[in-house]
Design a protein around this ligand. Sequence first.
Ligand SMILES: [Zn+2]
Length: 672
Amino acid sequence: MKLNKASISFRIGIAMWGDKQVFEALLDLFDRYPGATDDLAFFTSHTHPPLPADVIVERAGILKLRISAAKERGYGAGINILATLGHHEENLPHSIGSDYPRMVSLEGALCRGVLCPNADKTYDYSTQVYTALALAEPDFIWIDDDVRLHGHAPIVAGCFCDTCLALFRQRSGVDYTRESLSKAFNDAQQREKLRVRAEWMEHNRATINRLFAHIEKTVHAVRPRMPLGFMTGDRFFEGYDFAKWAETLTGPDGIEVLWRPGGGFYDDVMLAGMTMKSHDIGRQVSVLPDSVVCIQSEIENFPYQTLKKGRVLTSLEAASHIASGCTGAAFNILAMNPVFDQTAPFKEHEPFVEKMAASRPFYDLLVSTVGRSAPQGLYTGWTKNSFLASNIAGDWLTGNIWEDIAAPGREMFELGLPAAYRPDAAQVTMLSGDSVMALNDGEIRQILSSGVYMDAKALGRLNERGYGKLTGFRSIDFICEDSIERYVDHPMNAGILGALRDCRQSFPGWMKPAAVLEKTNDDAQTVSEIIDYADDVMAACGSGVFENELGGRVFVGGYFLWRFIQDLPKVTQLKALMRWLSRDSIPAYVSSFHRANLWARDIGADAPAVILINPNIEPAEGLRVAIRTPRDAVNVFDMQCRKTTLGSTQSDGHYRLFELPAVGPWEMRLVV
Ligand SMILES: [Zn+2]
């Protein structure tokens, strides 16, 4: 489907809509900046646990008036219910009564701010509040990201109450107690452990799906054509079943579903957090069906500290998330507190609204160019089952599978190499740590028959599972001190032969053992060796490449594969490697030595659309993009939508090279 513009909303707290005068001033503010927003989404509360149903019913009465007033001014207007289940323990004295069953941890502890997702009383509560909200005649209702089962403080995960365990008994046929279930997750034999974990993740998928089926029925009974939206983050423990949940929310009549992917990036103190969040969001979007077209990224400065995240980053953030797959943005950057100065109620926020209106043409240009096309390139091997492998040797629920999934991209995606989020859009898969334990044999064979770049831990896991013939290497030892990587005579090291990379193993922040590799096939080739500070060889093979019988091209590295990879020799080698691994099928990358974020979107033409960010505080000069295309001219758009037409400076195999005019600090360019 061709989209002709972005979809933008602002989320509005009670402080902004509760008082009629303040609300009118808010509408005046948006009227002054046409295009800043299409929709207003009104929060039902500003604290996260569920409020008593009668409070929500009363608020819905006022919201009906506000929604009508906003629509009169030409805005789409709907409701963002902040608490369906609830989140954290906040404002408990004024929240829903303790007679509503709460979420329970595997140890039997309560989260007093969150309801059990399967309790009858939770369903009764949703019937009451969702009916009241639908009666306010909203254009849409957003379900917030409290509908999740992991990350509600003070517990780690839920729900393991007796009701939920009884439901699981119907699925598993086993009468688990919390104690025996904990043993099954954490202490059983690996095969059995993975089986029970998988069963519990199916149970989690079904828990959310059942609740959504109930919400869908409830709201569409009152307002049959009204879209529902859902806000997510990376939902690994919940089973990442976005496609199924979207299908359920659409209901039997095929009503539109909206999506709001999110993640934690609340201030611009650590700027790289913005693009890391774009990759989190790219994963979330990658599993949505094509029928979901309105995908607004969450943009927040929570807890609403305006100086913590400036206008430039706020504006760029929306564009960055569009680059990784969204088709719009939802700004949650206005105050939640009552207006301090009645004479100038939005003094603090008006510059942001002005900036978003100014950015709007660029958002529209991005979305109308790339639509719902998938980013193509390097994929981190995650799937909706990845959480199975979380802390495979220990406590399942506290494991950090996110690290295995995010680490490969953290520095690699700053090298101007393109990020992809799903296997069918991958030219190279990057495998790290235990995450491969969550892959099934079909998925592994698929990965090993294409381009794959993996660390020693992933190698060990694959060999354990019987794939040694396809990997070409094994680890035979580990070196914990003084190891340095040296590039040996190999085509991947053209121009960098003999260069060193010393990641300083003795520094406590990153003491990581280096694997000593051994070739298990005569066709495997060494790319680097490991030496010490006296130039003595500690490992004859520290990394290498192998082409297996499936035609898959494999790189295995045992030395700091994901970190400290940003010096010239390593970057040169990595780009050569990625081209070799992918058989020159990567759609685009930055071929000059620059730090840059890049997404290549397959828009069905004979060239991808390329979106890139200069994530530096100096301008990027002489930045060259290699694009796999027969075309010898491209158009480059800056964030003001100014167009420059460029001819190719040279070609390199299937690629044409284009040197961009200087890209300013933290600016984006669209190349088509
Ligand atoms: Zn429960």
